[in-house]
Design a protein around this ligand. Structure first.
Ligand SMILES: NC(=O)c1ccc[n+]([C@@H]2O[C@H](COP(=O)([O-])OP(=O)(O)OC[C@H]3O[C@@H](n4cnc5c(N)ncnc54)[C@H](OP(=O)(O)O)[C@@H]3O)[C@@H](O)[C@H]2O)c1
Length: 276
């Protein structure tokens, strides 16, 4: 990554991306700008990562080749109005704001080069997955810059439109937290069964990673894997029955469905605010 990048909104996700870019992407701290309202947060980011952290969004915009919008949805309309006059036509704008659609962003910024993406948290360690979509008007050169930025954080995948990006938000954006919830529940179950927590945590996480790597390395469907280890009257058979009768699979489906509906709702709300 050779561009100068400005993160407008320097919270959890901006920090995860900054950390990933510095550790895994080979970015130079002097090329990364982060802006946010709080002086002490700026100081902390500068001291931890050496990035140029400021409290003035416009200073960050003026010094960047590429601008990332990383505020929460309610802060977005004000931020868009503030930076609109300061953007240069060739400056790609990448939004990571859940729900915010390309057409709304383009209209609010009066700017053609808009990309919408949804990174996920493992980008902190260069193992993220970022789905992104770009308006037709975005140049190949701008798309290439975005690919370099997101590729430095892990895998990037371009999807067709806002509709697919909403779905990616609900599925891949939430996946790390859902997996973390699962890991936490499994750890509690281990403790309930008598395992010391200190031992269970690391071993279960290694089991998660090992299982994921094994499945990635083979063409075996997850259902086949489960069947392989479920024998008649066996140990796994009993455990599986409990999960099935508790509606484990249906519950996850409902959770992702709720996340998708909330993503669309956030987008609708931002569009309504744009019309006011
Ligand atoms: N968390 C995830 O897994 C995830 C994944 C993908 C995308 N996203 C999206 O990423 C965005 C950021 O999420 P987050 O979890 O990083 O939130 P966050 O930690 O709250 O970060 C947002 C930051 O923006 C700052 N801010 C507020 N108003 C601002 C303004 N006008 N100009 C500049 N900065 C401003 C906030 O400062 P204060 O703290 O001082 O208010 C805060 O530091 C959200 O839109 C979310 O939908 C999140």
């Amino acid at each position: 990554v050779s561009e100068r990048i400005a993160f407008l909104g320097s919270g959890v996700m901006a920090e995860a991306m900054i950390r990933g870019l510095l550790a895994e992407g080979g970015a130079d701290a002097g090329d990364l700008w982060a802006s946010g309202p709080r002086e002490e947060r700026a100081r902390q980011l500068h001291e931890t990562y050496g990035v140029r952290a400021v409290t003035d969004n416009l200073e960050a915009v003026a010094n960047a080749d590429l601008v990332v919008l990383s505020v929460k949805p309610p802060s977005l309309p004000g931020l868009l109005a503030q930076i609109r006059p300061a953007l240069r036509p060739e400056q790609p704008v990448v939004s990571i704001v859940a729900g915010a659609r390309l057409s709304m962003l383009a209209a609010a910024l009066g700017h053609p080069a808009i990309v919408r993406c949804i990174p996920n948290l493992p980008c902190r360690v260069g193992r993220g997955l970022t789905a992104w979509t770009a308006a037709q008007e975005v140049s190949e050169e701008a798309c290439a810059s975005v690919r370099r930025l997101l590729g430095a954080l892990g895998e990037e995948i371009r999807v067709a439109d806002d509709h697919e990006l909403d779905r990616a938000t609900a599925v891949y954006g939430t996946a790390p937290a859902l997996v973390a919830l699962f890991a936490k529940a499994l750890e509690d179950a281990a403790v309930f069964a008598g395992e010391p927590r200190s031992r269970a945590r690391g071993l279960l996480l290694r089991s998660l990673v090992g299982t994921a790597e094994m499945m990635l390395a083979s063409d075996e469907h997850p259902a086949e894997l489960v069947d392989t280890v479920t024998s008649p009257e066996g140990v796994m058979s009993r455990a599986r029955h409990v999960l099935d009768s508790g509606g484990f699979s249906a519950l996850l489906t409902d959770a992702v469905d709720a996340a998708l509906r909330r993503t669309v709702e956030l987008g609708d709300r931002l569009e309504e605010r744009g019309k006011l």
